[in-house]
Design a protein around this ligand. Structure first.
Ligand code: WQD
Length: 337
């Protein structure tokens, strides 16, 4: 069995990717520092696949711990790197925490993996690198805009570190620029576990419907869109997880055309906040209590992906509809009670 390291593998996207890797017959090792995830997710993964991943609690800011890890675990065929802090608002308040956690750990991981002749690397990037793109749908050639937050900046810097490193070492890397991941595994044994008040739309929607939150605030009703609310490309997290397996296989099969490649991973369809609310009410049968309030600082108007490059080169396409993804998020919320 090919052995794959997944950093941040107990997180929302990481855990769903571990399940898909195991389904494909890979042996998975998870590194996670549990700073924004729960050890219970390991049991959730195991209950879905019947295979318990190897787990190492490790802080990637500790370079000697990474050196020791590669002494303990040899013959790793590839790494999928999710481990990072990802709250946009928090990053504005604590920039150094984000640059330290997201950039130092990336540099240490790259240094140690290459020393140990592990060359295949999948990087968790984000459509946030585009800022408010000028043209919809957004292609991979859209330019980086000045990042709206230190979080977004760490994704831009991360891609540039990988691109530069791949030019002068044996690193073979792919960055996947996620649009908006939502939903949960169909078994409702793993899903999104926001700690505290959810920053993202869908967990706030499901927690409001479940009576945990009083009312959803819709951030802005005066955007230049059909219904005045902002538009995003909401992709089912399982579709996103499968894109990681496709990207990893591209590197393992040496089908990549450059030593650093980038792909937009979305559905290619934009949905407004009000369209999401209407779709959620339809699939859940719940009337959602919401109120349109002022725009949120730093939000963009519209983002949805041109996914033709990933469709063609990765042989991957998102399958789930917005309704199916929202239904899975609601099923997960009900299972959490
Ligand atoms: C979606 C839409 C909000 C909450 C961010 C990061 C991105 C990625 C996904 C990490 C926006 C509106 C939200 C609420 C609302 N994160 N909204 N009420 O901001 O598109 O992307 O999360 O990788 O990198 O930038 O996602 O879910 O926060 O917001 O009206 O309570 O929902 O204004 O239009 P976003 P989001």
């Amino acid at each position: 069995m090919k052995r794959i390291l997944v950093t941040g593998g107990l997180g929302f996207i990481g855990s769903h990717t571990v399940v898909e890797l195991q389904n494909e017959g890979f042996e998975v090792i998870i590194i996670d520092d549990l700073s924004n995830s729960s050890i219970d997710v390991l049991e959730g993964i195991t209950s879905i696949t019947g295979k318990k991943p190897i787990f190492e609690k490790l802080d990637l800011k500790d370079q000697s711990a990474i050196q020791q890890f590669f002494k303990n675990y040899t013959d790793i065929q590839g790494i999928i790197h999710f481990a990072a802090s990802k709250a946009v608002g928090e990053s504005v308040q604590k920039p150094l925490l984000y640059y330290h956690n997201n950039i130092s750990s990336l540099v240490y991981l790259l240094e140690e993996m290459l020393k140990n002749r592990v060359n295949n690397f999948i990087f968790s990037s984000s459509c946030t690198v585009y800022g408010q793109a000028d043209v919809m749908p957004i292609t991979e050639n859209a330019p980086f805009k000045t990042a709206e937050s230190p979080y977004g900046n760490t994704k831009q810097i991360g891609e540039e570190i990988i691109a530069d490193t791949s030019k002068t070492t044996n690193l073979e890397a792919i960055a996947l620029r996620y649009f908006n991941p939502i939903g949960a595994h169909s078994t409702a044994k793993i899903g999104e576990l926001p700690i505290g008040i959810p920053q993202n739309l869908i967990p706030f929607v499901t927690q409001t419907a479940a009576g945990i939150r009083e009312q959803l605030s819709v951030f802005g009703g005066d955007y230049p869109t059909a219904d005045g609310t902002a538009i995003r490309d909401y992709i089912h997290v399982v579709d996103l997880a499968k894109a990681h397996v496709a990207a990893l296989n591209r590197l393992l099969d040496k089908k990549n055309k450059q030593s650093f490649e980038v792909f937009n991973i979305g559905t290619g369809k934009g949905s407004s906040v009000l369209e999401v609310i209407n779709a959620f009410e339809k699939v859940s049968g719940q009337q959602l209590n919401y109120k349109i309030v002022d725009r949120r600082e730093g939000d963009i108007i519209e983002a949805y992906a041109d996914t033709s490059l990933a469709n063609k080169e990765l042989g991957w396409k998102a399958n789930s509809t917005l309704e199916e993804a929202l239904a899975s998020a609601w099923k997960w919320q009900l299972a959490l009670k």
